[in-house]
Design a binder for this molecule. Structure first.
Ligand code: KG4
Ligand code: ZN
Length: 345
């Protein structure tokens, strides 16, 4: 079963062909980072227009790279949300058109479901659940309990910024450019993690939630009061504090739920320190860590085509709409009719 996946939720135009949910035949990603860099972040309207310019070429390349033709594709999968509405609509409209013309089923996918699946792709799904997932991306920071790849419960969420958002904002404040995660990570390699004392968010409380706004403000205040601080030290100290916060909360959940495996996913899971701390924490609790390869951490279409293998297609796919925010308690692959999920989390 070959599934063509399409992903345009933010600033990556991506398409991929995945066989039987795990064999990646092609994985094409065209990033818009250079276009948005000068604005310090993603400009939604510019993102939509650039997806429109690239989408046809990206889809064609994904099919060509897979060494097949469109006739060898069995189903089309597309990210329906959450993300930037205009950007999502580009991918969704392309997927609808391909489905309509070729009469192949269309499967709408929740972007977060794709990120979660990126860790388990290629594994024996009979052996990994129950699993506790730490999802850390530019828009989400959550802990979720998976009893199966479709039975997912939200355990903890961020009260304010997402982890990636905090990396991006701190980097912007330090003049390190967009996206902030990779630049902070690079500078942190040459810094000392214990050089600058920073607060650990919600540390005294057993509360199952994340918060990054206080940590972000602490970094900004420190920089204002100490303008000559070593940038590498600041990045390493911030990165350490952010990772400790994530793992402190994750550890509480590991103790409580005692899962068979623990997975890390989303763009921030590309962070070397976080990957190391995650493995150390899992080892301490004798839980098997599952971390996706770097090319599946940040946005890609292989994770969309992959999870779609386990989901149902929608007969009324022409009625589908994209949605901007997600209900992390609801992974039934997106809303069916022209309805927006707006509960937010
Ligand atoms: O999952 P993703 O590609 O897009 C969303 O769904 O949001 O995540 C993007 C986020 C950005 O905030 C980016 O700064 C962060 O992931 N990121 C990193 C690293 N690489 C990307 N954060 C920390 N360290 C990294 N190496
Ligand atoms: Zn993402």
């Amino acid at each position: 079963m070959n599934i063509l996946g399409i992903e345009t939720s933010c600033d990556e135009t991506a398409a991929s062909v995945v066989k039987n949910g795990h064999e990646i035949l092609s994985n094409v990603i065209v990033s818009q980072i250079d276009i948005h860099k000068k604005y310090g972040g993603v400009v939604p309207e510019i993102a939509s227009r650039n997806h429109l310019l690239k989408i046809n070429g990206v889809i064609k390349k994904a099919v060509d790279d897979a060494g097949i033709t469109i006739n060898d594709i069995h189903k089309i999968a597309v990210t329906a949300g959450p993300g930037l509405i205009g950007a999502l609509l580009t991918g969704l409209s392309s997927a609808k058109a391909i489905s309509y013309i070729t009469s192949k089923p269309l499967i709408p996918v929740n972007h977060i479901h794709g990120h979660l699946y990126s860790a388990y792709m290629g594994r024996d799904l009979d052996k990994v659940f129950p699993s506790l997932a730490l999802l850390v991306s530019g828009g989400h920071t959550s802990i979720l309990l998976l009893k199966s790849i479709k039975d997912i419960t939200l355990i903890a969420n961020t009260r304010d910024d997402a982890a990636g958002e905090a990396f991006d904002k701190v980097a912007q404040f330090m003049g390190l450019g967009y996206p902030g995660g990779p630049s902070i990570s690079k500078a942190a390699e040459m810094g000392r993690w214990n050089a600058i004392p920073l607060p650990l968010p919600l540390a005294a409380k057993k509360v199952m939630a994340f918060s990054f706004s206080g940590l972000k403000t602490a970094v900004m205040n420190y920089l204002k009061n100490n303008p000559k601080v070593n940038t590498n030290d600041m990045c390493a100290s911030f990165e350490h504090a952010a990772c400790m916060h994530l793992l402190n909360k994750f550890e509480i959940c590991l103790k409580k739920y005692k899962p068979v495996t623990a997975s890390l996913c989303g763009g921030v899971s590309a962070n070397t320190r976080l990957r190391q701390y995650f493995q150390d924490t899992c080892k301490k609790h004798q839980t098997q860590p599952i971390i996706p390869p770097l090319n599946l951490c940040t946005d890609n279409a292989a994770m969309i085509a992959g999870i779609a293998y386990h989901l149902d297609s929608k007969d009324d796919y022409l009625e589908l709409n994209s949605f901007s925010s997600s209900d992390l308690n609801n992974f039934n692959n997106g809303p069916s009719k022209s309805q927006n999920i707006s509960t937010g989390v």
